[in-house]
Write a protein that binds this ligand. Structure first.
Ligand SMILES: *Cc1c(COP(=O)(O)O)cnc(C)c1O
Length: 376
């Protein structure tokens, strides 16, 4: 039998990783200034000395891969991202291990998710190889910005946007991919403290067939008003329900949700309008490894109410890269509350948080091959 190789539909970009050009910064921060920032970095306030930029055009594909001094991006006021929000992003962290080496966590999952987000927003897909290479290139020049204090990290923010100057409504033919990096302090500096969350019934985050499964700025824009409302109710986060029936749990504005049952079962909402978190996926794996049943399925607010009343639901937590795991104390809604506002963090919640961060920081063996070294 003879076989012929299928004709590729699109050029196999993954086979030929991009070559990066470096332009070193001429005003990189001095060691003392950097160390002062790393001693108290906060979150998202300070940025490293360099950034990655890769251009894409319809005729050339991805090209001009560069590491440049961190600085302003100059765009025409008609650039379509300003008008039609054709933009996607990712978020992952670089962790410094005790031996000084720098690792990141499951970056191929972020690359794949950026590709899925790109498809939904009619943006070009960057290959996984080029995505990971862009992180390594940035760390090669800015590795000294990865802090080494406990629970600190360098937050990496890849993003992609339509840079074409054109007000017509169609997918842009000129796009940029960028990576910036920002040192991050321990999310909970005074110890992990549970949060209260507000149930949004007036507003939804995403609907069927919308962009809920894509990591795009538009979903965040739609969550800001309900988030403001949550603050007025004494809550740190909003919980969204499905837009169709207003019955099923979806997620918080930027974190996925888990309910823990008395028998050890973990339940997390299944929906095609929520963002499939990498933290969520990792927690499901760690819990299964320990022998817990883990269910990814529809969960109604009625189920939470009933489980809370009967005492069957014993812990609730939210999860995402920034805070890893945040225990939930109380759910507040217009006409009911579940749980106590001062409830302590759950035991399983905290032990899963510990295990996951121990793997990320190299304090436990990387048994699932989740770590990728960035500085070698
Ligand atoms: C990024 C994000 C999450 C969490 O995803 P991780 O991969 O765990 O960081 C959850 N929900 C939304 C809407 C997000 O944008």
């Amino acid at each position: 039998m003879t076989t012929t190789a299928p004709t590729p539909i699109t050029p196999a970009a993954t086979e030929f990783p991009l070559a990066f050009q470096l332009t070193p910064s001429t005003d990189a921060r001095a060691v003392l200034e950097r160390e002062a920032i790393l001693a108290d970095p906060g979150f998202g306030k300070h940025f490293t000395d360099h950034m990655v930029q890769i251009e894409w055009t319809l005729d050339k594909g991805w090209h001009n891969a560069e590491v440049l001094p961190y600085g302003k991006i100059s765009l025409d006021p008609a650039a379509s991202v300003f008008h039609y929000a054709q933009e996607i992003f990712e978020g992952l962290k670089a962790y410094r291990h005790a031996d000084g080496a720098i690792y990141t966590f499951r970056p191929e999952m972020n690359a794949a998710r950026l590709q899925r987000s790109a498809v939904r927003l009619a943006l070009p897909e960057l290959s996984t190889v080029d995505f990971i290479e862009s992180l390594k290139q940035l760390i090669a020049v800015d590795g000294s910005w990865v802090p080494d204090a406990a629970e600190t990290s360098l937050y990496l923010r890849p993003f992609e946007m339509a840079t074409e100057s054109f007000l017509g409504v169609r997918a842009a033919q000129k796009v940029g991919f960028y990576v910036i990096a920002s040192p991050a302090g321990a999310y909970f500096s005074g110890g992990v403290s549970p949060v209260n969350i507000w149930l949004s019934t007036e507003f939804n985050r995403a609907g069927r067939g919308g962009m809920g499964a894509a990591k795009t700025g538009g979903n965040y824009a739609s969550s800001l008003l309900p988030q403001e409302l949550a603050y007025t109710k004494g809550c740190a986060q909003v919980l969204f329900l499905d837009a169709q029936e207003g019955k099923y749990l979806e997620e918080l504005g930027g974190m996925n949700l888990f309910l823990v049952y008395k028998d050890g079962t973990l339940v997390t909402p299944e929906s095609d309008s929520i963002l499939a978190g990498i933290t969520r996926d990792s927690i499901m794996q760690l819990a299964r490894d320990r022998g817990h049943d883990v269910e990814l399925r529809k969960v109604s607010i009625e189920e939470w109410k009933a489980g809370s009343a009967s005492g069957d639901i014993v812990e609730v937590f939210a999860c995402g890269t920034a805070a890893v795991i945040t225990p939930v104390a109380q759910l507040r809604a217009e006409d009911f509350t579940l749980g106590e506002a001062d409830a302590p963090a759950g035991e399983l919640t905290m032990s899963l948080r510990q295990e996951l961060t121990d793997i990320q920081y190299g304090r436990l063996p990387d048994r699932h091959g989740w770590l990728t070294r960035l500085d070698a």
